[in-house]
Design a protein around this ligand. Structure first.
Ligand code: SF4
Length: 296
């Protein structure tokens, strides 16, 4: 299916933003090159016309005048820069009197470009949670996957945002290093997360999306998904190496072999014991990847 010239590209938002008012301030992702990612493939990143954004905010305010949460789409609203973001946050505050928080996807380089003062100033205007895809703390994995960000850059961005009072919600991808790179991927990812100390952490299992380079690599035998057993073992390796001081950890996406939700450090020992019991149970398939979710 091709998109007609004036069709808006498909919209994506984190599951946690299901109840939020969605305002599109840009289309696409600035670096739509990650081999595993099937989002934002219908065109380059482009800021949306300010008048269109204002009209969308006014229309949303008429429909949901009491809204408290707004999500700024698409892939990296922070790329718009301080002045434009401050203007949008000002319009939102005027349109939604009960507005409590504005959230967005953000790439590490966009966070860094705003600097500590810029981030703190946006926080004061009710910017609240930034969703950032770390994917892996292993630089070799990120390079292979074509991710434009560096591990150190994303760690620094996460720390800067946290110091500015923003919440970081970080996403990592189980299985991105394949079976051979699993242990290194888990170890390096835990190290990066320990340096960053995000408030929220989500671990998703990587599933090659049809049409992406990763799906092609899998067909060609150049990438192999983890078996059920390997995926749970990698999750266990990751959790065992985490020294998070106040993080809500979720691996309850439909892609995961089993749903996990825990608070670190409180639930760490219980989580590790339950993962160990599952690994010892003989119930996990060690020969094949877990089945694809039905939506793929
Ligand atoms: S994973 Fe993020 S940065 Fe990479 S292509 Fe997808 S939206 Fe863009």
């Amino acid at each position: 299916m091709s998109l007609l010239r004036n069709d808006p590209p498909p919209l994506f938002r984190p599951p946690a933003e299901a109840e939020s008012v969605i305002v599109r301030v840009a289309f696409g992702c600035p670096h739509p090159a990650c081999a595993f990612c099937g989002m934002y493939r219908s065109g380059p990143y482009r800021p949306r016309d300010a008048a269109d954004v204002s009209a969308e905010i006014r229309a949303a305010a008429r429909e949901q005048p009491g809204a408290r949460r707004v999500f700024l789409a698409d892939g990296d609203a922070l790329r718009l820069g301080f002045d434009r973001l401050a203007a949008v946050l000002g319009e939102l505050a005027a349109a939604f009197p009960a507005l409590a928080r504005v959230n967005s996807y953000a790439n590490g380089s966009s966070i860094l470009a705003l600097g500590r003062e810029g981030l703190a100033s946006l926080r004061a205007r009710r910017l609240d949670t930034l969703y950032m895809g770390l994917e892996s703390g292993d630089p070799a994995v990120l390079r292979r996957m074509g991710k434009a960000e560096t591990v150190d850059g994303m760690v620094e961005a996460g720390r800067l945002a946290r110091e500015a009072g923003l919440k970081m919600s970080v996403i990592v991808l189980l299985g991105l290093g394949g079976p051979d790179g699993s242990a290194a991927h888990a170890r390096a990812t835990a190290e990066a997360l320990n340096r960053m100390q995000p408030r929220l952490l989500s671990a998703l299992r990587v599933i090659p999306v049809p049409g992406t380079p990763l799906a092609r690599w899998e067909e060609e035998g150049a990438f192999r998904r983890l078996s059920e057993f390997e995926a749970v073992r990698e999750l266990r390796d990751l959790a065992a190496a985490l020294t998070l001081e106040g993080t809500v950890f979720r691996a309850n996406h439909v892609s995961n072999v089993l749903p996990v939700e825990a608070r670190f450090p409180r639930d760490r020992a219980v989580l590790l014991a339950s993962l160990d019991a599952l690994l010892d149970s003989g119930r996990l398939d060690a020969t094949r990847p877990a089945p694809r979710p039905p939506w793929l």
